[in-house]
Design a binder for this molecule. Structure first.
Ligand code: SF4
Length: 335
């Protein structure tokens, strides 16, 4: 992993208007992503974790420019992505690819695997000459652990794990530098999840890829991530190295999420303090004042509902361990 930043999000905001009435007047905003900033370094994996509705998938689409942001910017290799048009944007699209969550719906059932994996070459014909495409698709199948002889098969002839491998092969077709992985193993059985995560780690080592790995499950993200960011209601509330987040989290939300992760060592199970989060996640159309987590936080005080905490370096942290909490304190977690 290099220290060189390849992808950077700065103050990224995505609000969706809520319209009502015959005139479809805007009566409110759903604040899906609300001021998110982070760096992704060349060859690293940044895990993004949070409950459903926290904005992590919207963030993934913004990083791909599948959506235009309300405010903020994304730079790839120093280039402002949202300022690019035409051929320049098309070139950028080659460098950032996505692997979707559901291998059952993201592959066209009427197309062969060869057509699905080779689809990107139709738009980016300069990457592989027409005569070499079949060979390249076969290479990609081999790269993800599938037989090149299966090039003429259809998606329904493969298992869920194999279909996700096909999705990964399609993501690799244009030799990207960054892959946005949007819950890539959530739809798979636990036994298959590890195989796909191991494959992604192998590909990263071989090809020098950087991943933004989005998941709702902290235990999945841990295995693959170098750093982890935790999101709550459109905000990044904590970000740090994998061992900082899992062993010494400072934000109460991270601490609560971690307390729910099963402890593998049975002798340690009774020693782990459980933090039960009360209430549901509030609506992103009407987030709580001050700290958005204050309605569910076990450490909340009066200040929390009045003043929004900023994401800042934690004084007890080592390196870049940032937390958005007025009363952040390190809590050692058994893992
Ligand atoms: Fe909890 Fe207050 Fe910290 Fe928010 S700022 S996480 S409510 S202690």
């Amino acid at each position: 992993m290099s220290s060189e930043v390849i992808l950077q999000a700065e103050g990224l905001v995505k609000h969706y208007p809520i319209r009502s009435g015959v005139l479809r007047r805007t009566v409110g905003q759903v604040k899906a992503v609300d001021g998110v900033t982070f760096d992704l370094r060349r060859g690293e994996t940044l895990g993004i974790v949070g409950e459903s509705g926290c904005g992590k998938s919207t963030l993934g689409r913004l990083l791909m420019r599948l959506e235009e942001p309300t405010a903020g910017r994304v730079t790839f290799d120093g280039i402002d992505m949202y300022a690019q048009k035409g051929a320049a944007m098309r070139k950028l699209r080659r460098d950032i690819q996505i692997v979707f969550q559901d291998p059952y719906t993201s592959l066209n059932p009427r197309k062969t695997v060869g057509d699905i994996i080779g689809e990107p070459f139709k738009i980016h014909s300069e990457v592989v000459p027409r005569g070499g495409r079949r060979r390249r698709v076969q290479e990609l199948l081999e790269l993800v652990g599938l037989s090149p002889e299966h090039i003429n098969r259809y998606p329904h002839q493969f298992s869920g794990g194999q279909r996700q491998r096909i999705g990964i092969a399609r993501g690799l077709a244009l030799n990207p530098k960054v892959i946005i992985c949007d819950e890539p193993v959530s739809a798979l059985d636990v036994s298959v999840q590890a195989q796909v995560v191991n494959l992604m780690e192998k590909l990263q080592a071989e090809l020098g890829l950087a991943y933004v790995f989005i998941a709702h499950d902290l235990s999945v993200v841990r295995h693959i991530s170098d750093r982890v960011g935790v999101m709550y209601l459109g905000k990044m509330v904590e970000i740090g190295d994998e061992d900082q987040i899992y062993s010494s989290p400072t934000h109460p939300y991270t601490q609560a999420l971690l307390s729910a992760v099963p402890v593998p060592d049975p002798t340690q199970r009774g020693h782990r303090e459980q933090i039960v989060l009360t209430g549901d996640v509030p609506s992103p159309a009407n987030p709580p004042s001050g700290c958005r987590f204050h309605t569910r936080c076990f450490r909340a005080q009066e200040l929390c509902s009045q003043k929004e905490p900023e994401l800042v370096d934690h004084p007890d942290g080592v390196g870049q361990h940032r937390s958005a909490c007025h009363f952040a304190e390190v809590r050692q977690v058994l893992s």
